[in-house]
Design a protein around this ligand. Structure first.
Ligand code: F6R
Length: 608
């Protein structure tokens, strides 16, 4: 979730660009950079870490002159966070500079082609191919070279490009990544996010997928991918700066819940090629499963809950025994691990102390370690033998949402991948399961759209003292996460229970009016769940049934209903958890809780 901005006008560009970048800090980033054209030369400064470091290097931008420039805050994806990988990137002859948000999926093929033609790559980023393509296609016509370059790119991009031969022109292009053009008086802008611009102008132009804009001091022209002009209207933004930072949402948590369909897509898309799952980017060797007879997954909190869904998926599809353990327990139980055990650690931050300790323990015992991590360059990503990034983008709310769902999504991919490796499924099954995984982003969106009643349910139930979440199989794994979400942000006590286990003791706590949230999405186990619901109803409980769209069995047993879209039951945890996240969010809102920063909690738990 990088941020990009550009400016062309009569003022010194660099201080303005730095001010704009500061407005994007809330998105999270690990390096920043800026490039301006001065006297027909491109001058560039980059800095790892905070924007303050860029300010220190440039005297708040004042040491860079020039009325045109582009700037970037980077959240590392391809390559570690450092000065070399930070944007902008320049062509070998320093004629072009580019900033980029998104992921160029075909960058490996493009890089090979460019290297063969003699281009020298400095960074590990996917973005660098763009700047060399611009140079390769340049024939004294900047617009044409931009058009030809973007026609070669697959994946997602919001790009800002400058060329030293054109000291009054920026080109900005987009596909599957947000980009807006800011309209000023004798000055114009572009940015990835309205937040960067509202302090300078509230007049913006939204360009559409595949289009690009030619931005000069005096004018903005928008073109389609063939170079034909298209008319785009100016829109007036009504948001203030604070609202804009949260994308118009009241809390980061709600913004991040709503971002999930897109985040999940980012986790899936680059990993399905020609209908087949590839995890080449993890560094795992082809014969990874050759000597493996067992898998242990270890993690903390929500990441542990993701691991629980992973156990069901991997065992079901790959038929490999999977053990799941809390990282804080794993290390002190003298675990039976050796080189035939694949240890998987899961962590959003990549900095959780207990998970790091478990990883080190596993390595010491000789096990190969695969990490599922969000933050590039984090301790866990460096310590593990192999890494699958979740590509969720920065998560700011303390309670994880998109961090968790992208972990589950990666586990869906991994389960089919491993099943193929060990030969437990045939090609036809693998390809149909892969298609099911490709549906997850749509199902996630539908899970949001299907349930406008959640704020009303929250109003009805926000005074509960305690709630129970019950379910079986993967539904139970989702209950664990739904229950944690509720308690951590609304401070209402809640427990998740395997539905069949309740009667072995805990049912003593069910009494008149106690709310039981019953996840009943597993068709095969519905009759069993009906019995468990009746057990709690007989003791006076109210039931909030979570059911799939076509399911009717639970309706007569429930006081209220939340609907889940129909999807492959094994992979449907993502769609199931989203309404539970929303329920927790709205209950906390009713109770006036500090949703983004719940009491006693920290985003990254770096102590044991
Ligand atoms: C709950 C939550 C925590 C984290 C846990 C592990 O909403 O965010 O339970 O899941 O602290 O953190 P990571 O995934 O960063 O290792």
């Amino acid at each position: 979730m990088c941020g990009i901005v550009g400016y062309v006008g009569n003022e010194n560009a660099a201080p303005i660009l730095i001010e704009c970048l500061k407005k994007l800090e809330y998105r999270g980033y690990d390096s920043a950079g800026i490039a301006v054209i001065d006297k027909n030369e491109i001058n560039m400064v980059k800095a790892t870490g905070k924007i303050k470091n860029l300010c220190d290097k440039t005297n708040d931008g004042c040491s860079l002159s020039g009325n045109i420039g582009i700037a970037h805050t980077r959240w590392a994806t391809h390559g570690a966070p450092n000065d070399i990988n930070a944007h902008p990137h320049v062509s070998n002859n320093k004629k072009f500079a580019v900033v980029h948000n998104g992921i160029i999926e075909n960058y490996m093929d493009l890089k090979k082609e460019l290297v063969d033609k003699g281009y020298k790559f400095n960074s590990e980023t996917d973005t660098e191919v763009v700047v060399h393509l611009l140079d390769m296609y340049y024939d004294k016509d900047f617009k044409k070279s931009v058009m030809k370059t973007v026609s070669r790119l697959e994946g997602s991009y919001a790009l800002g490009v400058i060329c030293k031969d054109y000291p009054n022109t920026i080109y900005a292009a987009m596909l599957n990544s947000p980009l807006i053009i800011g309209v000023g008086v004798s000055e114009n802008y572009f940015a990835s996010d309205v937040t960067a611009l509202v302090q300078h102008t509230k007049n913006v132009i939204y360009i559409e997928e595949g289009e690009f804009a030619e931005i000069t001091r005096e004018k903005i022209n928008v073109f389609d991918c063939t170079g034909e002009p298209v008319a785009r209207e100016i829109t007036r933004i009504v948001w203030d700066v604070e609202a804009a930072e949260k994308g118009g949402y009241e809390h980061f948590m709600l913004k991040e819940i709503m971002e999930q369909p897109r985040a999940i897509k980012s986790a899936i898309e680059p990993r399905i090629k020609k209908g087949k799952i590839t995890l080449d980017d993890s560094g795992m060797p082809d014969d990874i499963m050759k000597d493996i007879n067992r898998i242990v997954i270890t993690a903390c909190g929500s990441a542990y809950h993701a691991a629980c869904t992973g156990k069901y998926m991997i065992e079901q599809l790959a038929r490999i025994p999977v053990e799941v353990d809390l990282a804080s327990e794993f290390r002190y139980r003298n675990p039976i691990i050796n080189k035939s055990t694949l240890v998987i650690v899961i962590s959003q931050s990549g900095e959780t102390a207990d998970t790091i300790a478990a990883l080190k323990e596993a390595k010491q015992l000789g096990a190969p370690v695969l990490a599922i991590v969000n933050v590039v360059g984090s301790a866990i990503s460096k310590l593990a033998d192999y890494v699958i990034y979740t590509w969720a983008g920065p998560e700011i709310a303390v309670a994880t949402t998109k961090g968790y769902t992208t972990q589950v999504t990666v586990l869906c991919l991994l389960s089919v991948f491993l099943a193929q490796k060990v030969g437990s499924i045939d090609k036809k099954t693998a390809s149909s399961l892969t298609e099911d995984i490709q549906q997850i982003p749509k199902l996630a969106q539908r899970a949001i759209d299907l349930n406008p009643q959640i704020p009303y349910l929250a109003r009805k139930y926000h005074n509960e003292r305690s709630m129970f979440f019950i379910g079986r199989n993967t539904d139970y794994a989702v209950c664990l996460e739904g229950s944690l979400k509720l308690k951590e942000i609304s401070y209402i006590h809640s427990e998740a229970y395997a539905a069949g286990e309740l009667k072995h003791g805990t049912i003593a706590l069910i009494d008149n009016d106690r709310l039981v949230v019953a996840l009943a999405c597993n068709e095969r186990l519905l009759d069993k769940l009906v019995s468990n619901i009746r057990e709690v109803k007989a003791r006076g409980a109210k039931v909030l049934g979570i059911i799939t769209e076509r399911s009717t069995k639970i309706i007569p047993e429930s006081d209220d209903i939340i609907y889940i879209p129909e999807g492959n039951t094994l992979f449907n945890a993502v769609a199931q958890v989203i309404p539970l996240q929303l329920f927790a969010y709205y209950v906390a809102l009713e109770n006036d809780c500090d949703i983004d920063k719940p009491k006693n909690l920290a985003k990254s738990v770096t102590v044991e």
